[in-house]
Design a protein around this ligand. Sequence first.
Ligand SMILES: [Zn+2]
Length: 343
Amino acid sequence: MPPILISSDRFAEHQTPPGHPERPERAAVMDAVAARWRAAGCEVVAPREATREQLARVHDASYLHRLSETAGQAVALDPDTYTSPESYEIALLAAGAAVDAVERVLGATHTTAVALVRPPGHHAERNRAMGFCLFNNVAVAAAHARAMGAGRVAIVDFDVHHGNGTQHTFEKDSSVLYVSTHQYPYYPGTGGVDEVGAGDGAGFTVNVPLESGAVDADYRIAFDEIVLPVVRQFRPALILVSAGFDAHERDPLATMRLTADAFGAMTMGLRGVAEETCGGRMALVTEGGYDLQALAASLDQTIEALVVPPAEPFWPETSVASRRGRTAADRVKQAIAPFWKVQ
Ligand SMILES: [Zn+2]
């Protein structure tokens, strides 16, 4: 069964200042991708707004109130994060799309779902907007999955930035695994190998920090040796993906060197683990990706990996692993050895 796509032509109404990377044109790219896959037979539906109850599982009441007061206004929430008069409503739709994706997949009407949203979410903290993010869409989705009865939820975040907000939301929670590959050191500064969770959540945060310049073959090492084995051992009821495309070689914000095919390979690898552990149940929520051409191509490869029959991930042979993948994988193995079997 092909993935269901959750998409809204209203996402462009969240306006950012001229020159801001999280520009409304990104929504037009996602609309065009959705339209192409609709023509190819995928169902595309519009999201509902997230409810206050759904958001309050992840965000403080005072923060929800503060954000609601930005409705109708253009405000700077932090040095990178802006609202236009429509943003509050659009952010509710973005978080709602992530919730809808979970409901489709756990409700068994679809096995996989992709929420094509902006603004992104993984930097948003419990009580703070940050890094273009208002609500933490994927965290709201994970909390919703738990509320629907999913015992264990894995979140894999391949956005080039570390998802500080998602990590902090679940770092003491053993029922939500957070695994991130990201450029490091880099914005937002978190995501070192030694950040492994705390209390009951010790071991359930896994960070794979990669040095600037990592290529497809480096990410392949990270996925084959860390990400996929850890998620497999966790045995989730659902895999959520923070699908950011800013590790692409064309991206203007970061300096990783992935091709569009690598996003397809990462998605297919995760799908394989989902088939083994949870009946293939996977919901993807978009995060960053600021080169429009790279965003379209990477998103296409990602969706294609959910449309075709499950297969071995296709990693392009065009890159040779640098030391970055090996160095990161070895360091992570040491850090997580008390919690996971990784060789
Ligand atoms: Zn990012």
